[in-house]
Design a protein. Structure first.
Lengths: 224, 220
């Protein structure tokens, strides 16, 4: 029986691409100068990850284990190129905003990682859910990281979101600290490492608290 | 199962890899064919938009048809000419320089006196959030070129402040603005060198000018 709740929890929190698997750190640190950029990269990756998981899962019985990696790489690279072309041709306005990120998706090892560790062993539907949830978890991580860096670095949140999501989402653009000069370090690459470190530490603390509470609840009836 | 037995065979593996290479390149070829015209149309639309952005005002001709190809600092430059009453009033051309991550391509409009009408960065791969402030949607920096010419500032001051010039760099990103400034300066020098040909002054009648030598090719 496939446990979709388990898959979702894994993707979103327990086995989060960035915060637990520590994969895809290159694109993660590179684009999260603002929350908007994180969101764009996250959504583009989610789309590619979902489709790639479906494809890899569909061909899993055909591919012999000895040559699986080159096959996956070719499939993923083709997919990214197709997405790149399709966006460029049919949603050109969006492409102008996301175009910077799409080429970066090829180097995202999380996609190959999911192909290898999940899609190659599971049926199509669970693989799709896994891709979607891993992608959403990745998106959430990027938005969190981008948000922290943007707030500390320039005092805004979701700046230029209307370029990505359309004018209807202009309300997302907040200036949290008016007249703030900005703390450039957070926008620069070192800021990415700093913010990531603190977020990771925060997640560890939360996880440990939860584990301790669970252990206490389990221990109490035994004592009584 | 039959398939599992095949998995270990070298011929099966080779055939599999070959089949995937063929399938995926076939898919890419098809996609390229299907999206090609749309991408070209979108690029042409972008070109038209960037032309009108760097050329404020009204002109009598279709710029995308009145082109001239001249040898520039790095390769051939396609020049789009805007006419008023048959006379070339302004020219638009592309310039580029190496940025942080590949070439930064800009479109610049120059009036017949050599004064910059506008500059727009149309293609770059700079770091999002840092170097991309050269885009007008993300900052006002690019408007700082308007009205400038070689002489205001003087050639040696036509650089970013870090290099002793007059143009701002961005905090954390000097390379991108430096590339844009450098390419714009090269563009102005190109204009100065080729002024006679650009402004079509060797021809007296506009009819002859728009007919004869202009079909040097418009593709770039």
């Amino acid at each position: 029986m496939t446990d979709y709740a388990r898959i979702s929890r894994d993707g979103l929190w327990d086995n989060n691409v960035v915060f637990a698997q520590m994969l895809a750190l290159c694109p993660t640190l590179a684009v999260t100068g603002t929350a908007t950029n994180g969101l764009g990269m996250g959504l583009a990756t989610t789309a590619v990850l979902t489709v790639s998981n479906v494809l890899i899962s569909a061909i899993r019985k055909l591919v012999s284990p000895d040559v699986r990696i080159p096959v996956y790489v070719v499939v993923i690279a083709t997919l990214v190129t197709l997405v790149d072309m399709a966006l460029n041709a049919w949603v050109h306005q969006l492409y102008k905003v996301l175009g910077l990120f799409i080429a970066l998706i090829v180097v995202n090892c999380a996609i190959l990682g999911r192909a290898e560790s999940f899609a190659s062993k599971n049926a199509v539907l669970p693989s799709m859910v896994d891709g979607l949830m891993m992608g959403l978890g990745f998106t959430a991580a990027l938005v969190a990281l981008g948000g922290v860096r943007e707030i500390i670095g320039s005092g805004t949140l979701f700046a230029q979101a209307h370029l990505l999501l359309g004018e209807a989402f202009a309300f997302l653009e907040l200036t949290l600290i008016p007249g703030y000069k900005g703390y450039l370090l957070m926008i620069l690459p070192p800021g990415g490492f700093l913010a990531l470190g603190f977020l990771l530490a925060g997640k560890r603390v939360l996880d440990r608290r939860r584990a301790e509470r669970a252990a206490r609840i389990e221990a109490e009836p035994a004592v009584a | 199962m039959g398939l599992d037995a095949l998995h270990g065979k070298l011929t099966y593996q080779a055939a599999l890899l070959g089949a995937f290479a063929l399938l995926t390149s076939g898919a890419l070829a098809l996609a390229s064919k299907a999206t090609g015209p749309a991408i070209e149309a979108a690029a042409a639309e972008d070109l038209k938009q960037s032309l009108t952005q760097v050329l404020p005002g009204q002109y009598d001709n279709d710029l995308t048809r009145d082109t001239l190809v001249l040898p520039g600092p790095d390769g051939e430059i396609t020049v789009y000419r805007a006419r008023k009453g048959g006379q070339v009033a302004a020219v638009v051309f592309q310039v580029q320089a190496r940025g942080y991550a590949g070439p930064v391509v800009s479109m610049m409009g120059v009036d017949r006196d050599g004064k910059i009408l506008g500059v727009r960065v149309i293609n770059h791969k700079e770091t999002p959030g840092l170097g991309d402030k050269v885009e007008p949607a993300k900052g006002n920096w690019i408007h700082g070129f308007e009205g400038r010419f070689l002489g205001d500032p003087a050639a040696e001051k036509f650089a970013v402040k870090k290099d002793g010039g007059v143009f701002d760099q961005f905090a954390g990103a000097t390379i991108t603005p430096r590339a844009v400034v450098k390419s714009v300066k090269a563009g102005l020098e190109f204009f100065g060198r080729e002024k006679a040909r650009l402004l079509d002054e060797s021809h007296s009648s506009p009819a002859q000018a728009s007919g004869g030598q202009n079909h040097g090719g418009s593709a770039s």
